[in-house]
Structure formats: C-alpha cells, structure tokens
Write a new protein. Structure first.
Length: 437
C-alpha cells in the first residue's frame, strides 16, 4: 500500500520526489526561447528551408505535434538564430498567445531541425535524469495546462517566460517507473496515430477515385475501361467538355441542405444530459462540449457519416464520425438526394465550392457563408449508375473511417483517464499494465 506525502504540486507517493524543469534540462541550451520578433520578420519567410514552429503546430494537450502548416526561413538565416533551433525530442511551449499549448517534436518528424518562432520556448531534457515521454505527458496533462494558464493570468497579460518555465515543478518517480509510465501512455498514442493514418489513407483513396472518375472522366465504361481515354463521347458545356448524357445542374439536383437550429442556452449542460450540440468548433474534434435537453425537430439530428460544414470563418466540409448529435446554428449538413449517392461523393463535391467562397469572401471581420452562396453551387451531374458504382466502392471506406474514429475516441478516453492517475501515483505500474489496451 502506498504511503503519501504533501508536496507543492499535491499529494504524491512517499517514494516519489519533485524537481524543477531547470534541473532536468540539458546543460547547454536545454531551456531557450524564440528570437525577438524584430530578429524574425515575416519578410524572411520562404517557401522552403528550415520550418518555423508556431502556435498552429501545438495544441492544448490533444495532439503531440502538428508536423505541417509551416512557414520557412532559409538555412543561412536560421544559422544566425541557432540558439533557437529545435530538434526531434524537444518539448515546445507557447509563451504568448494561447497559453498552455504544448508539443513534442517526434523522432520520426519530417525535418531534422526546426526554428522556434518568437512566441515559443523549448525544453530539451537530459534523458539520463528523466524519461522524455513521462515529462511530456505530465506537462501536457489538463491539470498542468490549467496551472500554467492560471499562473499566466496573474500578470494581467496572458503570457509566461523562460524564468517561469525553469521554475515549473513536476513529480519524479524513479527512472524505471518514469519510463514505464511514458511507455504505457505512448503506446496508446501510437495506436491513435496509426488509426489516424489509416483514415488519411481512406480519405485519399476516395479523393483519388473521385478525381479519376468525376474530374478526369475516366470512370469505367460498359467494357470496364476508362471512359475518356477509351474514346468515350464528350460534349461541350459551360465547364468544358463533359461525358455525353451528363448534365450541368445546381447543387440541389443531388443534395439537400439542412441548416442548424438556434438551441437555447438555458438548456445547455456539461453533464451529458440529452444529446450533444455540434458547433463549428466541435467539427474537427468530433464531439460536443455542451449537451441539451431541449425538445427539437428530428431533422436536426446528425448521424455518423453526415457531411457537415461551418458557416463562419472557415468553410470546410467534415465527415461527422462522432455519436448521434444535434445540428446547431451556423453549421449546415449536406445530404444525398437519394440512396444511390455516396456521402463521400458529396464530401468531395462540395469541397471546392466551399474553398472558393472561403478564399473570395472579402472583409476584415469574420466571413460568413449563407444559403444564397450555396444556391450558386453548380455541379456536373453524372449518370445514376456511375454514382451508384462509386457508392458501392466507397461506402465500406466510410464505415471503416467511422469505426476507426470510434476506436480513437475510446483510446483517447482511456489515455486521458489513466494519465492523471499515473502522474499522481494513484495507479502504480502493475495496475496500469492490467488496464493497458
């Protein structure tokens, strides 16, 4: 049975110590921040070179690291800022902006080195003293993030600095126990990453087939050969040449559009009573933060596989893979007009239209998508039998995609339940190993 003691970060097992980040950082440049803003002007950004880590590459503990979406600087320019160079295995923090954001550059990252932006800091741990994954998981826990955010508010301006980071205290079991805790949590994250990679492949397959059939017009003809390159007849249209008997129509020939309902906030709850409300911010994560017990029309229920899009700021389609939920205002759903039309077909069909309006909407305030914009969507309408064949091929992909996301949510819940208990010693290694998937 564990014996406990009170520490500055809460009650811990008696055989655990605590330490500050300054004491576990590498001796040389183990804790550094990004360059001054004037030393890293946007005018130095290039299309390739050394990637610059910004807030968009970090999260509030949900993802280890987003290894894309970079701006770059030249290698020569980066050499002048070598103090702020990061490498795989470094833990990155936001010091100004969205406080609490954190990431860890994976060892299998796309680049051998990165440059911190002006608003980021890094920790390079001494792995002879601590386990890297253990340190990362503690610092990315919701409890740790809340503490950092709370501390940052005392200054009146939401920011932290290197001095603050050096003084952050973490628990310290013996190194073998650290490694085992890190291994358990990392193994769950690896499973999540594998499922996410599978889903990216599934989307790519459906996207590639859509392009081949409905843009290049190489769908199978009566003999199973590619239509256009096998001499299939093409006719002129306002979109250029299209296959004979295909039509140019408005979007409503194939799609029905539902708009979200303005559910009343007095019925909102965070105790999971009723059904989850899906707002724009919930589309990416696949789950709602608020639930409602308000009565509603059945047409506002969304199901796994539905194609949803936000109507403010960002117009991007999402394949809903969460649970049964409710369509909130400023979110719309695209539904197939009949059972021969695949939802993956709709997803690919509306994507360029939404992208067009996102890029062309003018103004300095938040951009909005309205019904009048969707009314302008024009499409090339394929023959019914081609749509049905695409559905038969892609529906199994969609089912796999939904099941993968269901498993991701289960694994995420398991990880998030285990993490605080492992980090506080409430669950010791023998118990955690039994619970590991």
């Amino acid at each position: 049975m564990n014996e406990w003691r009170e520490t500055e970060i809460g009650i811990l097992p008696k055989d655990w110590n605590t330490t500050k980040l300054a004491l576990i950082a590498k001796a040389n440049k183990g804790l550094v921040d990004g360059p001054f803003g004037s030393n890293l002007p946007a005018s130095e950004y290039t299309d390739s070179g050394v990637p610059v880590i910004r807030g968009v590459n970090l999260s509030l503990g949900e993802e280890r690291f987003f290894d894309d979406g970079f701006v770059f600087v030249s290698e020569n320019f980066a050499k002048n800022l070598k103090r702020s160079i990061c490498v795989p295995g470094d833990i990155i923090f936001t010091k100004k902006g969205t406080i609490g954001q954190i990431g860890i550059i994976p060892y299998n990252s796309r680049y051998k080195e990165y440059l911190l932006s002006s608003n980021q800091m890094k920790l390079s741990v001494d792995e002879e003293k601590v386990d890297l994954n253990f340190v990362y998981y503690y610092l990315s826990s919701s409890r740790s993030i809340k503490r950092i955010r709370k501390d940052s508010e005392y200054t009146g301006v939401p920011k932290i600095n290197l001095t603050y980071l050096k003084g952050v205290v973490i628990p310290l079991p013996n190194l073998d126990e650290q490694k085992e805790i890190g291994r358990i949590l990392f193994s769950i994250d690896q499973k999540i990453t594998l499922l996410q990679s599978q889903n990216q492949i599934l989307e790519k397959i459906a996207q590639t087939l859509f392009k081949h059939w409905f843009i290049d017009f190489e769908f199978p003809n009566a003999e199973g050969k590619p239509y256009r390159s096998s001499g299939g007849k093409m006719v002129g249209s306002e979109f250029g040449e299209v296959p004979k008997d295909w039509k140019v129509n408005d979007v409503y020939e194939l799609i029905e559009v539902d708009y979200g309902f303005p559910f009343k906030s007095q019925f909102f709850n965070e105790t999971r009573d009723g059904l989850p409300l899906i707002r724009i911010r919930d589309l990416k994560k696949g789950d709602g933060s608020f639930y409602t017990t308000e009565e509603f029309d059945q047409r506002y229920i969304i199901q796994p596989g539905d194609v949803l899009a936000g109507m403010d700021a960002e117009f991007k389609p999402y394949l809903w893979s969460g649970t049964k939920a409710l369509l909130n205002q400023r979110v719309c759903r695209f539904r197939p007009k009949n059972n021969n039309i695949s939802k993956l077909f709709l997803y690919e069909l509306v994507k360029p239209h939404l992208h067009f309006y996102e890029k062309t909407k003018a103004g300095t305030t938040v951009i909005h998508l309205g019904k009048s914009d969707i009314d302008q969507f024009e499409i090339i309408q394929p023959k019914e039998k081609i749509l049905l064949k695409y559905k038969q091929i892609t529906d199994p992909l969609l089912r796999k995609y939904i099941n993968n996301n269901k498993e991701i949510r289960t694994l995420t819940k398991t990880r998030d339940t285990l993490l605080p208990k492992l980090m506080s010693g409430q669950i010791r290694i023998s118990d955690a190993t039994k619970a590991e998937l």
